[in-house]
Design a protein around this ligand. Sequence first.
Ligand SMILES: Nc1ncnc2c1ncn2[C@@H]1O[C@H](COP(=O)(O)OP(=O)(O)OP(=O)(O)O)[C@@H](O)[C@H]1O
Ligand SMILES: [Mg+2]
Length: 302
Amino acid sequence: MPNTLMKVENLQKDFSIGILSKKKIHAVNNITFEIKKGEIISLIGESGSGKTTIGKLILRLLKPSSGNIYYKDKDINLEYKDKRKYYKKVQGIFQDPFASFNPLFKIDRIFDMIFKNFIGESKNKNEKIRDSLECVGMNPEFILKKYPHQLSGGQLQRLLIARALIMDVDVLIADELISMLDASTRIDVLNLLAKICKEKGMAVLFITHDLSLGYYISDTTLIMHKGNLVEKGETSLVYNNPIHPYTKMLLKSIPDIGNKWNKNEKFLPEDINKKVEEFYKSSKDKKGFIEVEKNHNVLFSL
Ligand SMILES: Nc1ncnc2c1ncn2[C@@H]1O[C@H](COP(=O)(O)OP(=O)(O)OP(=O)(O)O)[C@@H](O)[C@H]1O
Ligand SMILES: [Mg+2]
């Protein structure tokens, strides 16, 4: 497909438990999806379902146990031997923005290093820095002279987006990007991301627990449960016509303003796991991941 930037194919990551034990957990199990130019994809699932592991595999912070990841049709672990070249185009923003900046350097120095390490010296370096800061709604005069600890979490996350803009990245992996922001700043940062994607064709893999934010921002939704991709599709289709019992449960659990919480409605992990197992058992004649309508696929059996 011409617009495909990234392809994740049959991706698997197992972790050994304990040093001597041969026991393994399948953190990520046979996952396949694509990221297209300008697309915002949300990756949603319970804690421990494998979301961050997928992000780390794409960012080459982990090696897959099997399966492949392609960026522009090239296997990232085989053909991009020079990681720096890869990181010019594929970048990550993690939950804790404080950990992403060297605390000893002022912001202007940090941006200088980006040019030094990734872009090379450029005559209009200062102009590019100012433009990108203005684009994320920050005042360069104020920001560039600060140390990271003098800025708020929201300001640092905006800086990370500005960094991605300067580098003109193709794919941004945003793991719980806005979880530490207050509600109004969240919407600002989300709107900013959406605007950048539309204008610059940047794609974002938006990893989140928050279904409402996922609905608000994404074109495509991926739902993970216990390392498996259980439902994938155009966001409106997944939200309006959920098929997998885990997706159904997730959507039911969104608090609804105006409706009081029904105390009798419980979402215990054991109950959900049981329901999911029953679903796989009852639909085992359907093999694996099946298209239920155009742009909407569901895992019917393991
Ligand atoms: N380095 C590691 N060694 C061993 N197990 C790991 C390692 N990293 C992750 N895991 C395990 O893999 C599974 C998936 O973890 P992951 O961090 O991808 O989940 P997640 O969906 O991002 O969860 P959360 O929403 O809490 O961030 C978990 O069971 C976790 O304990
Ligand atoms: Mg995580």
